[in-house]
Design a protein around this ligand. Structure first.
Ligand code: KG4
Ligand code: ZN
Length: 353
């Protein structure tokens, strides 16, 4: 079984071809980072236009790498949401067109399900497992019970973890995207010098909140810059303090979620971490400690599969196709698409699912 995957929901245009023996036959990604950098964040209209300009060429390149024609495929999968709607429409329309011409099934993949199932491609993780999804748009803890079956245990009520890094970096003048910049600065900083809050830590429900952290950071920066620019050491100490605070929140909330997940599913197989923030070495080390203390296997896919990519969409397409889950050409792109529809909608403005 061979599936073409297409990802266009955010600021990466990507195409990949994957088979059901877990072989990645082709994988191409075009980052729009340079186009958005001057604005300090993603501009949806620029993203959609750029997907439109580049997607056909990337798909042709992926098919060339895989040495396949469209009729050699068993299905065409595209991110159907959640995400920036203009971009999602570009990917979905392209996938439907290929599916119609090649007379193959179209599969609409939930972008979050793509992140969730990646650990089954890379590490053959069995169901059920606990997923900590930490990206620029999402911060959730979910039990992954089966393809299409999720139980959300916790979510952010305001910013996502990646957003906390990005906004923190902006306050510290470290540029965009903030995560890698904060991690670099933090390496030469003292995490204990500035006391920053740990919102939600100790609460029974494993939810997250990061906006108070951002406010505390802004106040520290204001104090330190009252009489001049921010000194390099102050900046690095604040970056280290911010990273430590985010890591403490993630570790505490995840430990709590493990207890709740085990109560529901004593056969819990692993703790899986996915999303761009999983690239952070400091956070990975903290989560390793949490998993070890709970005697649970920790699985973190390689960085290129943690950030947005089409391989995860193609793989989720394989998982769905195997179970006979395909979609009609009347599928409508979904800006919001929660993995667990029974979970109450989170209140934060930036919360997409
Ligand atoms: O999954 P992703 O590529 O895109 C989505 O948001 O879906 O995640 C991007 C996020 C950004 O907020 C970025 O700052 C963060 O992941 N990130 C990191 C690191 N690398 C990327 N955060 C902390 N440390 C890193 N090394
Ligand atoms: Zn993502």
């Amino acid at each position: 079984m061979i599936v073409l995957g297409i990802e266009t929901s955010c600021d990466e245009t990507a195409a990949a071809v994957v088979d059901d023996r877990r072989q990645v036959l082709a994988e191409v990604v075009l980052s729009q980072l340079e186009q958005h950098r001057p604005y300090g964040g993603i501009v949806p209209e620029i993203a959609a236009r750029s997907h439109l300009d580049h997607l056909d060429g990337l798909i042709a390149e992926a098919m060339r790498h895989a040495d396949l024609r469209f009729t050699d495929l068993d299905g065409i999968a595209a991110t159907g949401g959640p995400g920036l709607i203009g971009g999602v429409m570009v990917g979905v329309t392209m996938a439907k067109a290929i599916a119609a011409v090649a007379e193959r099934p179209f599969i609409a993949v939930n972008h979050l399900e793509g992140h969730a199932l990646t650990a089954r491609l890379t590490d053959d993780v069995a169901f059920p497992f606990l997923l900590l999804l930490i990206s620029g748009g999402h911060c959730q803890l979910l039990i992954v019970e089966e393809v299409g079956r999720y139980k959300r245990l916790g979510t952010t009520v305001d910013d996502a973890a990646g957003e906390a890094f990005d906004k923190g970096a902006k306050l510290l003048g470290l540029g965009y995207p903030g995560g890698p910049a904060i991690e670099r600065a933090a390496a030469s900083g003292d995490p204990g010098r500035f006391a920053l809050p740990r919102p939600m830590v100790g609460r029974p429900e494993p939810d997250f909140s990061f906006s108070g952290l951002k406010t505390a950071l802004r106040q520290r920066v204001a104090e330190l810059t009252a009489s001049g620019p921010l000194a390099a050491q102050d900046r690095d100490d604040l970056a280290a303090g911010l990273q430590a605070a985010i890591a403490d929140c993630l570790a505490d909330r995840t430990a709590r979620a493990i207890v709740l997940a085990r109560a529901r599913r004593p056969d819990l197989a692993a703790l899986v971490v996915a999303g761009g923030v999983a690239a952070n070495g400091f956070i990975r080390t903290r989560l390793q400690t949490v998993a070890a203390a709970a005697d649970l296997r920790l699985v973190v896919p390689p960085a290129r599969l943690c950030t947005d990519n089409a391989t995860m969409i193609a793989w989720a397409g394989i998982e769905r196709l195997r179970r006979g889950y395909v979609d009609g050409l009347d599928f409508a792109p979904r800006p919001r698409w929660p993995l667990d529809p029974s979970a109450p909608r989170a209140i934060g403005a930036g919360v997409k699912a």
